[in-house]
Design a protein around this ligand. Sequence first.
Ligand code: ZN
Length: 465
Amino acid sequence: MKRQVSAAILTTVLVSASFVAAQTKVTAPKNKYTPADDVKLGREAAAEVEQQMPMLDDDRVDDYVERIGARLVENIPAEFRHNGFRYTFDVVNLREINAFALPGGPMYAHRGMIEKAKTEGEMAGVLAHEISHVALRHGTAQATKATPYQLGQIGSAILGAIIGGRTGEVVSAGGQFYFGTQFLKFSREYEKQADILGAQIMARTGYDPREMASMFRTIEQEGGNRAPEFLSNHPNPGNRAQYITREAEMLRVQPGARDTADFRNVQARLGQMTPAPTSEEVARGTAGRTPPRGNAPDTRPAARVAEPSTRYTTYNEGDVFRIGVPSNWEELASESSVTFAPQGGYGTISGQSVFTHGVQVGIARNETHSLQEATDELLAAFAQSNPQLARAGNPTRATLGGRTALRTLLANVSEATGGRERIVLYTTQMQDGALFYLIGVSPEQEFGAYQPVINRVAQSIRFTR
Ligand SMILES: [Zn+2]
């Protein structure tokens, strides 16, 4: 009898030991910021989100999401808890399935996500994924590797980073070509981490992590002819459903009470309200709200600008590269790029920076793509804010700073002047694989004079790391 009891104890110990050993070990990525930085940046970004985005502000719905979220937060593994983090959940009145998290804990779920989830567990899956981004400090980890040179404005870069996609466009429309948001969306590696840790948190809370996998299937099915919004800031690392299911098989789901009746009641309540606007409607300002940053007065580029000086000035951009530009061009830095343009050759329209003459240089993240694929992705990002952008011929081989590059000619209709413009795009890869680009622009009728200048500026590039 005694013997049998100890055998039973031994079995239990072995089972729980293999349970611990089998679940995937998650390690938070390298981060040069402190947890206190996360809290500060998140708080600033949250103030901006709440001012710019249409909040639902319904106590019954907010309380419910807050309650489910708090239960998940209690089950964050001890090694990922940080002093000062405050996890909060608010509902944004937008139709697309999406959610996003800010450093230090503020989180936002789109109303569309709650409406389209089939079960409370599916909704909890999205919340657990967002909680994991916060606990693993992905926002500031991303900033750690994504700012190749000191550009300030880290707060808005992070904000754009985390929200991303079309929702990010609502909030951070300030970037050059709104490029900041594309530049900083979460990497696929971080997405997979958030899925795995999220699955572990779900199991500890009493939800089957397979419900997270089924929510991702729901997301994939959304959107019709355009990509689902959620994937624009949470890109699919590939085989999402498979690895979540595999992780789920290794986890023991703790017993937990389910509030399925509350979930149905909240869905019913949302169903009785005026349908949520899409983020595009909000961005256009047709949903009864002013467009973001649209209240700043436009400063339109001038019709005529001075010819490029034949004297050149060299600029050192951080520890990344050197560039020579006509000495009558000004240096205009933003969080993700630097533009050189003559006076009158740049301006701001409805909060968007525009330039009609000059060059812009920037670095875009690129994970696994070839130079051609990364260039195509960059062009797709530019095309989002330049709907008339079109290729004017096939890309040709070139060099930039001694590296193999692609040179692509483009045509566009200027948002600023309504006139036709020509664009030269050079792209090459940095040592870490990131995509380095130089884009030169001039009105079509001045392109004969500007093309040699753009080429000369491109040939002046020297990489310094
Ligand atoms: Zn994500």
